[in-house]
Design a protein around this ligand. Structure first.
Ligand SMILES: NC(=O)c1ccc[n+]([C@@H]2O[C@H](COP(=O)([O-])OP(=O)(O)OC[C@H]3O[C@@H](n4cnc5c(N)ncnc54)[C@H](O)[C@@H]3O)[C@@H](O)[C@H]2O)c1
Ligand SMILES: [Zn+2]
Length: 347
């Protein structure tokens, strides 16, 4: 006998993109018994007047996502008698949304949560798609799929931190490379303006959010290969992020450069297309020194990447039709040559 149970998980998110959102009013429209806010100390200082709408816990403003911090958040849920009808509200960058989403997914077997992203990277990427995670031995190794019930994106929040724009450029470059032709062309027009023109910034946010939402809706649990595209550049990026302890978005710029160079090295793209991609990638906007000597560590980390499907290495690469395809077990020598080329560009 075979019995099957069909379950439709809660995977809907309502996304609002608007300037000067009245958070109290928007959240007041939802039905819930209690709510708490999870944020960090820096963000609280800047936005306390706008988010003074529920009991609040602040966690560290650093980049690591620790298990102990999850315990702290859950203790706060318990202290505030949060029930299955309660709401957890994340106010912050990708760290805060990843952690609040994860804590909400395991507390009482899952409660609803809302994301109010305050970095550009979180507005265009981390808050969308329901992936939540914390670090444990490796980056993002523990996590769950738990879509926020609502995502309230106020573009004016991101300008209080100048690094926000630079750090998001990596993901914007990614979208400009992997998105449909229309989105990609529009993003390419906006890219030189994003850092100086607020209207361009708003338009770019809308384009990225629409594109990611579409991809995520087609493949909500990352099982069909559609969402895999969103990982372009991320295998090398996660290794570089770990070695040089740099922000995720900056590492993504370098990871994409690595993937494009590796694609060229393996003759998947011609010189013309390589140059076109280089034009898009030039907007990364930050400086770093990479060291050829770090290759061994880099190789060890890419071999351990959680996306490598059990192969000794696995990279998403790009071809002349601008299609992405996974390549496995690439020769160490080829990876090393590509690493050295990247180091030469960042020496
Ligand atoms: N779940 C996903 O799909 C997904 C996607 C991409 C990235 N991520 C995760 O997101 C994290 C990176 O997120 P991030 O780039 O948003 O950085 P972050 O959350 O680490 O924040 C960086 C710093 O900016 C400060 N900050 C945030 N907003 C601010 C504001 N408006 N004004 C002043 N300071 C502000 C924070 O206090 C922090 O010190 C990584 O952990 C990454 O793994 C998750
Ligand atoms: Zn990313």
């Amino acid at each position: 006998m075979e019995i099957s149970i069909n379950i439709k998980k809660r995977i809907k998110s309502k996304i609002i993109i608007s300037e000067k959102i009245d958070f109290k009013k928007e959240i007041g429209k939802f039905k819930y018994d209690r709510a708490v806010i999870v944020t960090d100390k820096k963000i609280f200082k800047i936005f306390k007047d706008r988010i003074n709408i529920a009991p609040l816990i602040t966690i560290n403003s650093d980049r690591t996502k620790e298990f102990d911090e999850i315990k702290g958040i859950i203790r706060f849920f318990i202290k505030n008698k949060m029930t299955r009808n309660s709401l957890a509200i994340a106010v912050g960058g990708g760290k805060i949304s990843d952690m609040t989403g994860f804590a909400s997914s395991i507390y009482l077997r899952g409660i609803r949560w809302i994301s109010i992203p305050t970095t550009l990277l979180a507005q265009i990427d981390a808050s969308i798609g329901g992936k939540t995670a914390i670090d444990f031995e490796a980056k993002n190794i523990i996590g769950s799929f738990h879509n926020p019930f609502a995502i309230l994106i106020d573009p004016s929040l991101v300008i209080s931190r100048k690094e926000n724009l630079n750090e998001a450029m990596g993901e914007i470059i990614k979208y400009a490379i992997i998105a449909d032709k229309n989105t990609s062309q529009n993003l390419q027009k906006l890219m030189p303006l994003i850092k100086k023109d607020f209207n361009a910034l708003k338009k770019a946010i809308i384009l990225c959010v629409k594109f990611k939402s579409k991809m995520v809706s087609k493949d909500p649990f990352d099982e069909k290969g559609i969402r895999e595209k969103l990982n372009f550049g991320h295998t090398a990026a996660h290794a570089i992020e770990t070695i040089y302890k740099i922000p995720h978005g900056n590492a993504v710029s370098l990871g994409i450069k690595f993937a494009v160079k590796l694609s060229r090295e393996l003759n998947l793209i011609n010189l013309d297309n390589y140059r076109k991609l280089s034009e898009i990638m030039k907007y990364d906007g930050f400086k770093i020194k990479l060291n050829k000597k770090d290759f061994e560590y880099f190789l060890k980390l890419v071999s351990k990447d959680k996306k490598n499907k059990g192969f000794s290495n696995y990279f998403l690469l790009i071809n002349d039709k601008m299609e992405l395809k996974g390549f496995k077990n690439i020769k160490e020598k080829t990876i090393e040559k590509t690493w050295e080329e990247l180091c030469e560009e960042y020496s």
